[in-house]
Design a protein around this ligand. Sequence first.
Ligand code: GCU
Length: 606
Amino acid sequence: MKFTGWNLLVSLCLFSSSLLTQAQPAPTVIADLDNRANISLNGDWHFMVDPYASGLYTFHHEVKADGYFLNAQPKPGSADLVEYDFSKSPTLKVPGDWNTQREQLFYYEGLIWYERGFEFNPKANHRTFLHIGAANYRSMIWINGKHICDHEGGFTGFDCEATQQLHAGTNFVVMAVDNTRLADGVPTLNTDWWNYGGITRDVSLVDVPERFIDQYDLRLNRARTSIEGWVHVEGAMQGEAVTVAIPEARLSVTASLDAKGNATVTLPAAGLEFWSPEHPKLYRVTLAADGDKLEDEMGFRTIETDGTKILLNGKPIFLRGISIHAEAPYRGGRANNDKDVATLLGWARELGCNYVRLVHYPHDERMTRAADRMGILVWSEIPVYWAEHFDDPAVLKKAQQQLGEEIARDRDKASIILWSIANETPATAARTQFLETLAGNVRALDSTRLVTAALLVRTEGKDKFIEDPLGASLDVIGANEYIGWYEGRPEDADTTAWHSAYQKPLIISEFGGGAKAGLHGAATERWTEEYQASIYKHQLGMFNRIPQLRGLSPWILMDFRSPVRQLPGVQDGYNRKGLISEKGEKKQAFFILQKAYREGTVGKPE
Ligand code: GCU
């Protein structure tokens, strides 16, 4: 295995953890963290670009005891050899990818060190976690020069305990983040999106009592007669009580914790207003256990399939959707604030959507919180994308870790109805086995939502055949197709017939074509708005001839950066299949889809 900077960095660190500190416990995920009181560490962090990881190992690749993580500062007039100084280094905004903050970092792939100081006052018998909303792609973290955790995965949040390393007064945190793409990464080397690196989401310190509620799952049972679930209290003793209440519904239940800190709870659902796109009712839910008190905002609904139907609260539904990348409108870069979310979901709402496919990775938690409040159903996805190394058990572990982090963070979101385990993966035996395992992992973690994936379909003449063996493990079939763009002409959709090996609900999870906003010409001229509009017109006519079709998420809401889209004067580093440009310019196809959604002329719930 060729050692690059980071691989050596991580492997040496892992093998030489005694040099830094004893190996730390793996990061965890504390549920509902965005509702816990926290100290934000967002803002300006000093940074240093370190492509050779010289901040961590010597010229013979031994891990330094005096690496950058110590945040040493040269004492004026001393003989100390310190060849770095965070305090005199420039700063980057956190949260924020580095690519769009500094021109010289636009294409940078490698290691960057971040550092900032902060004041802290520890509370007796409390524990403190450093929360990172996301850092792409791998991170190592130190508090006051002591290693607290490592993490791999660019799109899921994680929490590292820092209780022992913090002290009263001024502290500092150092993070080493490397966005180098890896053949055995999740995603792997090739993606059709920009590899935005850095601390791309919020960072905060979260203070919890010695025994605290770290995970819970409350959901409406299938019969919609009661709310069932469990609560876990970290550090609790057997027999301690946990109380779950929904004050507005005058519901409350107390249960006792078992030896592992778990308690199951049930509350009657009679009279409860169920969550739906038309009525996105959220209840304030309080959870209390042994000195810890938590509040969440939750909707209660059921989602299931019945043959080829998708039933929301027992009623068939058609998902009028759109695919969305976490690309910030107007400013570019990773979407990570309320304004980005309001713009993206506002456009989806304006389009007439009741559903969005958040591609190809978990988005900022603000998106799923907003979807809960707006009544927009969600397809959430981990980046098992294209040609992963499906025969590598280490890659499966990475995918399982990201899946676990995704579900642990978002299991309290009524808007999420679909967990997607893959996008356009090759139908090899190794891939199918890998994803069958992942589908089983989803169901073990969360039996209340539907498992899906975006599959490739076989084309014969103009007809489409859904026969990917993975379909047998899915509740809902996703299928990507590009009639008129990557294959044939837009009008071919008029005579395309669809055949599925599965009597299951079908979502066309991608279709569409590119257009440069403002480029006009004949409907036969590629890259014009008219050509893209023609694709949509013909596709929409085809959809009503697919009896098991239950949803659409056209590709894609907004143009987004991609290193594989080079065409000068048209793409210029952007994938142009958006219905809206990155500057907010709506293309003709936007209005064609909007008309179909608003008038209900496309798609049948049963
Ligand atoms: C694929 C893939 C997307 C990609 C799109 C395209 O279906 O899932 O990630 O951006 O097609 O080619 O534009």
